[in-house]
Design a protein. Structure first.
Length: 319
């Protein structure tokens, strides 16, 4: 083989080698590119997955926050409602107390004014010898000018009990009305609506509130506790007569729906039972022909009633 042919062959082999090398390099480059793309795809998938995970966490956190926020809002609403209720109760109680104080002051003032106007005590009478048995004089004309429902006047010596007696068509009217027929929670002293206003029934019943300021029939509780003594006299005045009653029984009783009896089929039995129930032994024993006076009020708890019974021991005509 000539040198020229050998040179050509050598060149061709070198060219083939170069082509082979170039093809390998191209393949390697492609493989590298493919690997890079795959790697990038993997990283992208990882980023996508991580982003989804973050979104889920964020959404869960948001839901948790909303749930907690709703619970807080509910608690705040409940506390707010409770606060409003407490404020309303406080305001209502405060208004009730203020009204109670106002009514007590008003009632006390009215009764003192009436007492000073219509009651003429023995020491003020010009000829006291004309007034027997320590009876005062009551100006019923002035009382009738104020209220035609006035039927009498009651006094209990050694106490502050000194009030007009009113009578309506039922036993509810004067529970919360004063002598001027105006609303007052202290009410008035009043006679049972079924009674004869002349005190001629077997049993005349008079009601009155037990007030914390010590007025109305509050001092019946003191009589019950024995703080006033064992001799209790009650003076009753009507337009033409003055009566004296002496207590023979006092006790506590549960409130009953049935009215207190004003007439009896067996008066002796009634008297015996009341003497046996009495907390204090007054040593007075009425007979069946004597007129009875009953006073009724609440005890200091407001749950039970204090009942006092007295028998008529004296009657005097007022000229």
């Amino acid at each position: 083989m000539s040198k020229h042919m050998q040179g050509k062959r050598y060149k061709q082999e070198n060219k083939n080698k170069k082509n082979t090398r170039s093809i390998k390099q191209t393949k390697n480059t492609r493989n590298t590119r493919n690997t890079s793309i795959s790697s990038n795809n993997f990283n992208l998938e990882e980023n996508v997955n991580f982003s989804d995970f973050n979104r889920k966490n964020i959404n869960e956190n948001k839901r948790d926050y909303r749930r907690k926020n709703k619970k807080k809002q509910k608690k705040h609403k409940i506390l707010y409602i409770i606060l409003i209720i407490l404020i309303i109760i406080f305001i209502y109680s405060l208004v009730t107390i203020i009204r109670w104080v106002i009514y007590n002051i008003s009632s006390k003032k009215i009764n003192e004014e009436i007492r000073n106007t219509v009651v003429q005590e023995i020491s003020e009478i010009e000829n006291p010898e004309q007034t027997d048995n320590n009876f005062n004089k009551i100006d019923f004309a002035k009382l009738k000018e104020i209220n035609q429902d006035v039927v009498g006047y009651i006094e209990i010596p050694n106490t502050g009990i000194s009030y007009p007696i009113l009578q309506a068509k039922d036993n509810e009217y004067y529970l919360k009305k004063d002598i001027y027929k105006k609303y007052n929670s202290c009410g008035s002293i009043f006679m049972d609506y079924t009674n004869n206003p002349n005190f001629t029934d077997d049993n005349t019943v008079i009601f009155g509130h037990n007030l914390l300021n010590g007025t109305m029939f509050a001092e019946l509780n003191d009589i019950y506790d024995g703080r006033i003594g064992e001799k209790i006299d009650i003076n009753i005045y009507i337009e033409n007569y003055s009566f004296r009653y002496s207590a023979f029984s006092i006790y506590k009783s549960e409130p009953v729906k049935e009215p207190i009896q004003t007439r009896f089929q067996n008066k002796e039995k009634f008297i015996e039972e009341r003497i046996e129930k009495s907390r204090i032994n007054f040593n007075i024993y009425p007979n069946s022909e004597d007129g009875i006076l009953t006073l009724s009020t609440c005890d200091n708890t407001g749950k039970d009633r204090i009942i006092l019974h007295a028998v008529k021991t004296l009657e005097q005509i007022v000229e």
